[in-house]
Ligand binder design. Sequence first.
Ligand SMILES: NC(=O)c1ccc[n+]([C@@H]2O[C@H](COP(=O)([O-])OP(=O)(O)OC[C@H]3O[C@@H](n4cnc5c(N)ncnc54)[C@H](O)[C@@H]3O)[C@@H](O)[C@H]2O)c1
Ligand SMILES: [Mg+2]
Length: 339
Amino acid sequence: MIYQSVYRRAPFLWCRLHSTYVRKMRYLFELKEDDGICRQAQNSGTFYLFHNLSPFLKKVGSRYLAPQISVAEMKSMLGKFKQNEQMIEDSVLIGCSDEFMAYFALDLGSLEKSVIESELKGSFTELRKAFFQLDGKDAPLLSSAQALLRWHDTHQYCSKTGQPTQKNLAGSKRICHTNGIIYYPQMSPVVITLVSDGSRCLLARQVSFPKGMYSALAGFCDVGETLEETVRREVAEEVGLEVESLWYSASQHWPFPNSSLMIACHAMVQPQQTKISVNKLELEAAGWFSLEEIMEALGREPKPLKQEDGSFSLWLPPKWAIAHQLIQEWVKLQASTPA
Ligand SMILES: NC(=O)c1ccc[n+]([C@@H]2O[C@H](COP(=O)([O-])OP(=O)(O)OC[C@H]3O[C@@H](n4cnc5c(N)ncnc54)[C@H](O)[C@@H]3O)[C@@H](O)[C@H]2O)c1
Ligand SMILES: [Mg+2]
């Protein structure tokens, strides 16, 4: 590849030609394609640790931090466990810094959890528990790391030949050397839709949601569907309404229950066709909420709040969740739309 040879022969020229972002993306591409370069990066990179898919975290006050472990610390710890340093090669690439320090994630599920925790002074915490208290870049990084580690853990055999598959060093694919089939990490596309009738928005809750929490409607895409078809089908299936128009907002990787690509949309229904019929197989409840109710809920902490009559106040997904962003956008839209 031309850029690789230019990069190696004339790095200064290459730096002048491209922005840091472009250079980072090209470097990550190289790490995924070339096991030799990736091995070098592992020997100077930093590691996010997991134990049976729970990330290693340190709690500072009410927040969680995901420490990056240096390769020296990794080697010293593996030495204490009498493990071969080669275990580092089980890690998967999850990104790199602006200074081209590669980040890897490694699951140490085969080692004694409590010993690692006391050695590194932190704890392996279930991602679902820590997700909303994680700092800045850590939430998306850990979310994709966990998804990638899970995928490798559950795709160790070729579904055609039944033979073991091998991961490339970066972990961006697995190969069955018996027949050459290459497997790439999978994620499921999910649409999440905030339905509006022009003055109210529609929120719903599943039985499994924490008490009082409502969110936008979500649903997995069926094979062969366009995103628009999924939005229309899910709204019809879950609340019995017909979408008149819709538009894309943004997307987000979501680690629960596995690895989903959340594709967020706004949708409108006709103001005279707003009678909800809740599909009880999917939802516990759904309802229309006014701007005032939403503003009040946005001002509240994202956690259950019991009222005097025993019911729970409406609260909304925290700001990391794309549902929250859709709701914020809807609020802004109301403010800019004449009554
Ligand atoms: N990030 C956010 O803001 C946000 C908000 C709401 C929901 N979500 C996520 O959206 C996802 C989907 O929402 P939902 O549960 O309402 O979906 P849904 O309405 O499609 O119902 C879930 C059901 O779909 C079926 N299904 C079809 N394809 C599937 C697949 N690839 N993986 C798993 N199940 C599949 C299963 O029977 C499952 O029980 C959930 O995982 C949820 O965590 C994210
Ligand atoms: Mg749903």
